[in-house]
Design a protein around this ligand. Structure first.
Ligand code: 13P
Length: 257
């Protein structure tokens, strides 16, 4: 089954115009495998500069720009929010939604995340939908219940068919920014669960959905993680701020399978 391999950079609230230039030049020189897409998701003020830099380097075939969040509302009195059409004006194609930091720090619920996924899809953006359990939830053998509770509201809101335009990122909360990566076998087992959960609604869609792993991915562990059957790439935090290390991770992504 052919699935798109994706390596996405989540800069979180880091980065600068200098990094935009450095990253676009660094990525321009990479020879990516077939069917590998790199998505770089900086903070909102850098989106246009990054899109322009990728365009300038003629990289749009393999490299895209993503945002880290979007409003579920179209427009109006929502101070501080950014709409889907504003992202499109910045030539954004992807948007990270439901990141655990948004769920934990900004109290986003799975219902709100589902509304955001719908708004993004309706605007033609590709959501990178993040799901993942905390350390306590894993210890309590609640991982599958938690993942199901994060996925089901999105299935209910947009319908399983639209998952053909959604990328899922499995990010165990305990592995984010901690240096504690899930072992490749543990990550594979959870990815397999996510795929089987989607398959309960539609087997064909489940087989085609790209599921990325995120959580302390680095140049050393990426190859073994990406070699797992149900891991279709990664969502990279800290290591995506270093051009050389991120380049190694992009090159480790397997192409057509
Ligand atoms: P780290 O790679 O820094 O652990 O972050 C992962 C992440 O949250 C990506 O969205």
């Amino acid at each position: 089954m052919k699935r798109q391999s994706i390596v996405a950079a989540n800069w979180k609230m880091n980065g600068s115009f200098g990094l935009v230039t450095e990253m676009s030049q660094g990525l321009a020189s990479l020879k990516l495998a077939n069917d590998v897409t790199v998505v770089v998701c900086p903070s909102t003020p850098f989106l246009t500069a990054l899109s322009d830099a990728f365009e300038h380097e003629n990289m749009s075939e393999h490299v895209s720009v993503g945002a880290q969040n979007v409003s579920e509302f179209e427009k109006g009195a929502y101070t501080g929010e950014v709409s889907t059409s504003m992202l499109q004006a910045c030539k954004v194609q992807y948007v990270i939604l439901g990141h655990s930091e948004r769920r934990a720090i900004f109290n986003e619920t799975s219902t709100q995340v589902a509304h955001k996924v719908k708004a993004a899809l309706d605007a033609g953006l590709i959501p990178i939908l993040c799901v993942g359990e905390s350390e306590a939830e894993r210890a309590a053998v609640q991982t599958e219940t938690v993942l199901a509770s994060q996925l089901q509201p999105v299935i209910d809101e947009v319908g399983i068919e639209r998952f053909s335009h959604i990328v899922i990122a499995y990010e165990p909360v305990w592995a984010i920014g901690t240096g504690k990566t899930a072992s490749p076998a543990m990550a594979q087992e959870t990815h397999e669960f996510i795929r089987s959960f989607l398959a309960k609604s539609d087997e064909k869609i489940a087989a085609k959905t790209s599921i990325l792993y995120g959580g302390s991915v680095n140049a050393k562990n990426c190859e073994e993680l990406f070699a797992q059957a149900d891991i279709d790439g990664g969502l990279i935090g800290g290591a995506s701020l270093k051009v050389d290390e991120f380049s190694v991770i992009c090159l480790a992504a397997k192409g057509t399978q």
